[in-house]
Write a protein that binds this ligand. Structure first.
Ligand code: GDP
Ligand code: IMO
Ligand code: MG
Length: 422
């Protein structure tokens, strides 16, 4: 048995949560492999919307283990709040949740460092969600971090104090006022909730599950263009959001990766700073934002909107080894007479169809072609033969350009609003 990987191909918020929920019935294990509470994964069923930050999106399915892998960073405070919400929806869900001992902890001082560092950057700020992601991964690679497994050790408090001291010294380098005490107390209380969960040696858990022939779906957070190596650096997150992250974030050997499901929106969005060649700072972008309800699931910030970017999509497909594409939010494009799709960039005066080193506006101008739009309301459709021809042509154009089939089209936020093409 192999591990299938589901991940975002753009700048996050592609609709990963919804599709993980839809696909979970085919799996026995769903495992998050990176990111942390910067993620906001939305799923909807029975008229109710759920937003998950750290908890994997398969949690609402009975009989499925939901693992938070070693590559994830966990803020006990955010996590405890998620657990409370989860208990109100499904009081029996806790036993399905497993937490890697090797996952790193976000301390209150990590969040302060994130905020202080962003504030010091001024106009150059990343637009971070300020959840402490960057500083926590820095401590991980800097070999200073605290992990979930440390909570079980008798000297946890000493380890915590030592790291906090280091952080307080760093914070002195910023002009950034803060009040740590109340936050710290709540954090320590939240830590107790973590200890009530099933803590596991997740690498062994995954190996055993594979050996037992269980089907595993690895759930990515953020998107390929936010990857720390391959994204629009430095306007990225601090983890490996690409397929390789599933190997390091769960302990899966590369030759055990099976299907790679790449999720993309029929257009593009981005939240936070950084280059976005096809961005529409006009009425069309505003229409996408309003119709698509493009406001951040974690921070509520308006998402920047623009046309589909094929050079970026092709790059993401290549880097991840995507075997199937899933196109989200097709319904949002209904009613546009013409749809623009970026097929090339003019990069320093040359026409290119691959992602250049810099995507900054002064170097890159997107080149578009126009395709006919469709008028039909798609939100009530649930079969591929109901889809309008113009949409099928749009999909065929993407498949030809990228060389990978689109096996699913999503036409609304609900579980039911999902059309399989296989
Ligand atoms: P994720 O981070 O990739 O899980 O995506 P988010 O949950 O942050 O953002 C996707 C948003 O689009 C959520 O509000 C979803 O409910 C919504 N959504 C997902 N698929 C569709 C779709 O096909 N059509 C529409 N209109 N909304 C969708
Ligand atoms: P999901 O999993 C969209 C963006 C932030 C910022 C940059 C760095 O819901 O798709 P960070 O907090 O990681 O230091 O922020 O990355 N970002 C996301 N954008 N969806 C996400 O997650 C994101 N997680 C981080 O807006 O630009
Ligand atoms: Mg999101």
């Amino acid at each position: 048995m192999n591990v299938d990987v589901l991940l975002g191909l753009q700048w996050g918020d592609e609709g990963k949560g919804k599709i993980v929920d839809v696909l979970t019935q085919e799996y026995q294990v769903v495992a998050r492999f990176q990111g942390g509470p910067n993620a906001g994964h939305t799923l909807e069923f029975n008229g109710i919307k759920h937003v998950l930050h750290t908890i994997p999106s398969g949690i609402f399915h009975e009989g499925v283990d939901n693992l938070i892998g070693n590559g994830v960073v966990i803020d006990p405070l955010v996590f405890a709040a998620e657990l409370v919400k989860l208990a109100s929806v499904d009081p029996n869900a806790f036993p399905r949740l497993l937490l890697s001992r090797k996952a790193h902890l976000i301390l209150p001082t990590h969040r302060l460092l994130d905020a202080a560092s962003e504030s010091a950057k001024g106009a150059q700020k990343i637009g971070s969600t300020l959840k402490g992601i960057g500083p926590t991964y820095m401590d991980k690679t800097g070999r200073n971090g605290l992990r979930v497994g440390d909570l079980e050790l008798p000297d946890f408090q000493d380890r915590y104090e030592a790291l906090k001291k280091k952080h307080l010294e760093m914070l002195r380098g910023f002009e950034f006022p803060f009040d740590l005490d109340a936050e710290e107390q709540r954090w320590m209380e939240a830590v107790q909730h973590l200890l009530e969960l099933r803590l596991v040696d997740s690498d062994h858990y995954i190996s055993d599950a594979l050996r037992a022939g269980k089907k595993i779906l690895a759930e990515g957070a953020q998107g390929t263009l936010l990857d720390v190596d391959f994204g629009t650096y430095p306007f990225v997150t601090s983890s490996t959001t690409t397929c390789a992250g599933a190997c390091t974030g769960l302990g899966v050997a590369p030759n055990r990766i099976g299907r790679v499901l790449g999720i993309f929106k029929a257009y593009c969005t981005r939240v936070g700073s950084g280059p976005f060649p096809t961005e529409l700072n006009n009425e069309t972008g505003e229409r996408m934002r309003q119709v698509g309800r493009e406001f951040g699931s974690t921070t509520g910030r308006p998402r920047r909107c623009g046309w589909l970017d094929l050079p970026a999509l092709k790059y993401a497909v290549e880097i991840n080894g995507v075997t199937e594409l899933m196109m989200m939010k097709a319904d949002v494009l209904s009613g546009f007479e013409q749809l623009s799709v970026c097929t090339h960039y003019s990069y320093r005066g040359e026409l290119v169809d691959r992602l250049p080193y810099s995507l900054e506006e002064q170097w890159v101008q997107p080149q578009f072609i126009e395709l006919p739009g469709w008028n039909q309301d798609l939100t009530g459709m649930n079969r591929a033969d109901q889809l309008p021809q113009a949409l099928l042509d749009y999909v065929a154009f993407i498949e030809k350009a990228v060389g990978v089939p689109v096996t699913l089209v999503s036409v609304g936020p609900d579980r039911e609003q999902t059309i399989l093409r296989v």
